[in-house]
Design a protein around this ligand. Structure first.
Ligand code: PMP
Length: 321
């Protein structure tokens, strides 16, 4: 088997301990079992292969992308397997572990100041795009506006969930980062059964919730969950596939990631904490006949210096409100 063929077909497991006190069944798809350690392997492969087929990406070109770390890892694997070079723009708040992994894979990493206003030329959101516009040897993947991101989930994650649950699914709850996961899976599940409810989880500080609920663009502010939320509207956030959205705090996300470790033996990242917290909020109103599926996008091994480190909690005043 080729390494790239090992992407996807991840296990779906039922949770039994963290769910105590709720009636509904909650299942989680363990995306950290992908070869690059996250759900982003799926879109990395799909977006690159689509660009190759469409003739947009030529042999010898360098792929460039801005990523919270996981797409970078996924692209690194795809680039290594297919012989492309890779340049990645990350925020300087990205965990040390993710940075180290990229260095080990020989990726050219550019870390930008996460506190720069998003409209600045050299901000996280603009840097890769601007560099690619000036240099024809660079191919900008643009996961935030590339609908092949969503299509990757429509073609793989959605059908896997449908098969693994044999169609017995009532709610899909997942964090919204680019929106690729929730909108791609949401579109697939709704085509199969329009009664399935799609619920997005958005961090406090991100703009998505207020736009979804009130068409209002708030001033974004800083938060520490990696991989979720945004400061801008982006093309991959296709709100038409989302039924409702809930807000999550840094504290709830990190506490619930730790609870997953203590109670289920699953060492997962902060967005998995956000997702299980969200799923448990939805479960409160449901009976034992209902099933919620959620996603654990990446592993906790990438956050031992942050979420699983007491000193980091202290530095952030224990994420007190
Ligand atoms: N969790 C983590 C750790 C991520 O890196 C991402 C990707 N940004 C997500 C969740 C959200 O996935 P999506 O971009 O598909 O909305």
């Amino acid at each position: 088997m080729n390494l790239l063929d090992a992407i996807g077909n991840t296990p779906l497991v039922q949770l039994h301990n963290i769910t105590k006190g709720t009636q509904a069944k909650i299942c989680a798809k363990l995306e950290f079992t992908n070869p690059g350690g996250s759900i982003k392997d799926r879109i990395s492969r799909y977006m690159v292969e689509k660009a190759e087929k469409e003739g947009k990406l030529q042999p010898g070109q360098t792929i460039i992308e801005n990523s919270s770390g996981n797409t970078a890892m996924g692209l690194a694997i795809v680039a290594r397997q297919k012989g492309y070079k890779l340049k990645i723009v990350i925020r300087d708040t990205t965990s040390k572990e993710k940075l180290k992994m990229l260095q080990v894979l020989g990726v050219d990493v550019i870390a930008v100041d996460a506190s720069l206003p998003p409209e600045r030329e050299d901000s996280y959101n603009n840097y890769a795009k601007n560099l690619a516009a000036k240099n024809p040897d660079l191919f900008y993947i643009d996961q935030h506006n590339n609908l092949n991101n969503n299509e990757a989930h429509y073609m793989t994650t959605g059908p896997e969930i449908w098969e693994q649950t044999k169609g017995k699914i009532d709610y899909f709850v997942a964090g919204i980062g680019t929106g690729g996961t929730i909108c791609g899976v949401g579109r697939f599940l709704k085509e199969k059964n329009p009664n399935i409810k799609i619920i997005a989880v958005d961090p406090f500080g991100s703009i998505f919730y207020d736009y979804f609920k009130h068409k209002k663009l708030i001033e974004p502010y800083r938060y520490f969950i990696e991989g979720l939320g945004d400061e801008f509207l982006i093309k991959t956030a296709q709100f038409e596939y989302i039924d409702d959205m809930i807000k999550v705090t840094d504290k709830n996300s990190f506490e619930y990631a730790m609870k997953l470790a203590y109670e289920e033996g699953i060492i997962a990242g902060g967005s998995s904490g956000a997702n299980i917290w969200g799923a448990l909020q939805i479960a409160k109103d449901l009976d034992e006949n209902k099933r919620i599926v959620t996603i654990f996008p990446d592993s906790g091994y990438k956050y031992f210096s942050t979420i699983y480190n007491e000193d980091w909690w202290k530095q952030h005043n224990n994420f007190a409100d």
